[in-house]
Design a protein around this ligand. Structure first.
Ligand code: DCT
Ligand code: MG
Length: 389
């Protein structure tokens, strides 16, 4: 097990890391199965992580630290935990990687649980923000605002006369039960058929591609993500607006937030990574009927309807940007973060959903497939189902 890169980076950035390092070396042999690999990269884009990975509990920590306004899990922690196949609690291991968390580890070793962690998870602010941000259209800023006003529950929000929900939030509350329940692979498949039918009714040579978590082989997701484009450069945006009209005409469009393209090649490369790309896109809520889904709908107990509401995202890049969009929207978020970090720090390149720019050569690098982009970056190709970091 070669973790020298890890301990080196800890030494550079976190002063208490030397102690942490010894603790890691003392503790790990006790709690882990020795991994078959001898070295592991700190970058998720140099690791193959299937849906069977053991990092799930890190997500909890990521979520809690984001809500608490702290930095996310250090990439070193995510990397190191990906090694172990038999670790009783990855969550605690991830905490171990943060210099402030030595005491947490000591608590766990001594008492079998961490009071610090229990405190965060039961914290009123954390709990409330988690509930509020679970509503489609409610971000952290709005959730914070509601919390500061003393609101703690959905009925509190509904009863507050000064709150005016926007259209997205209204739909978020209206379909809360449905869209907070996971979407199955069979439901994603059914939505794919519906959208494929719409695409080809409008443009016979239109191209529909499944992306997001389902492309990574996940069994369940919170939404279904697709890329739609056409070989006719410049026609992709019209394709998207016509798909929306088609879905509306079918009577299955429950909500649509359409964002036109603001993509401008002359403004690239962007040195500041933006969370969202500039392609035309829409965030939808669609009505999915039971007979469309092989094996039936994922229904809540006692729900007798033969339909449910589902969140669907469509993004529509020009065809020459397709590979970058596909790579960006396939995720996972951690994988994307590490790809961009790897490009910047190891290759002096800027990668986003639009393009790849080589700062040394001062030029854009063209790509028609994801493999081209991995090759430009000098990375081994990682299949979509191995990107579940
Ligand atoms: N993405 C990203 N940065 C963002 C938003 C999204 O890199 N700020 C990428 C990563 C995944 C992809 O877009 C789709 O986003 P989600 O649907 O939120 O993620 P998912 O992996 O599909 O997860 P889920 O299965 O829950 O939908
Ligand atoms: Mg998704």
């Amino acid at each position: 097990l070669d973790i020298s890169w890890f301990t080196d980076s800890m030494k550079e950035r976190r002063p208490v890391a030397v102690e942490t390092k010894h603790l890691i070396q003392d503790v790990l042999p006790e709690v882990s199965t020795p991994p078959s690999v001898v070295a592991v990269s700190q970058y998720a884009c140099q690791r193959r992580t299937t849906t069977e990975n053991h990092n799930k509990t890190l997500t909890v920590r990521n979520c809690s630290s984001n809500l608490a306004g702290n930095p996310a899990v250090p990439p070193e922690a995510a990397a190191l935990t990906s090694l172990f196949t038999n670790l009783p609690n990855q969550f605690y291991l991830s905490l171990l990687m943060c210099s402030v968390c030595l005491c947490v580890l000591q608590e766990i070793l001594q008492y079998g649980r961490s009071f610090e962690v229990a405190k965060i998870l039961s914290d009123e602010r954390f709990q409330t923000l988690k509930v509020f941000t679970s509503v489609f259209g409610v971000g952290l800023k709005t959730a914070e605002k509601w919390y500061r006003r003393g609101l703690r529950t959905f009925p509190d929000v509904m009863a507050e006369p000064s709150i005016r929900l926007n259209r997205m939030q209204q739909s978020g509350f209206l379909h809360y039960g449905d869209i907070s329940r996971h979407v199955s692979k069979a439901e994603a498949q059914a939505l794919g058929n519906i959208i494929d039918e719409a695409v080809h009714a409008i443009a016979p040579n239109g191209i529909l591609t499944l992306t997001g978590g389902f492309r990574r082989g996940k069994e369940f997701g919170h939404d279904v993500d697709f890329i739609v484009t056409t070989p006719e450069q410049g026609q992709e945006e019209g394709l998207l607006t016509n798909i929306i009209k088609h879905l509306k005409h079918q009577g299955i469009l429950l909500f649509c937030d359409y964002q036109p393209s603001s993509f401008d090649l002359s403004k690239l490369p962007s040195h500041r990574f933006e969370a969202m790309d500039h392609f035309a896109k829409c965030f939808l809520i669609l009505k999915l009927e039971g007979h469309e889904v092989e094996g039936g709908l994922c229904r809540a107990e006692g729900d007798s309807r033969d339909w449910r509401a589902v969140r669907v995202d469509l993004v529509s890049p020009p065809l020459d940007r397709f590979a970058f969009t596909l790579l960006g929207w396939t995720g996972s978020r951690q994988f994307e973060r590490d790809l961009r970090r790897f490009a910047r720090l190891e290759r002096r390149m800027l990668l986003d959903n639009h393009a790849l720019f080589d700062k040394t050569k001062n030029e854009f690098l063209a790509a028609t497939t994801e493999k081209d982009i991995f090759a430009h970056l000098g990375l081994e190709y990682i299949e979509p189902w191995q990107r579940n970091a």
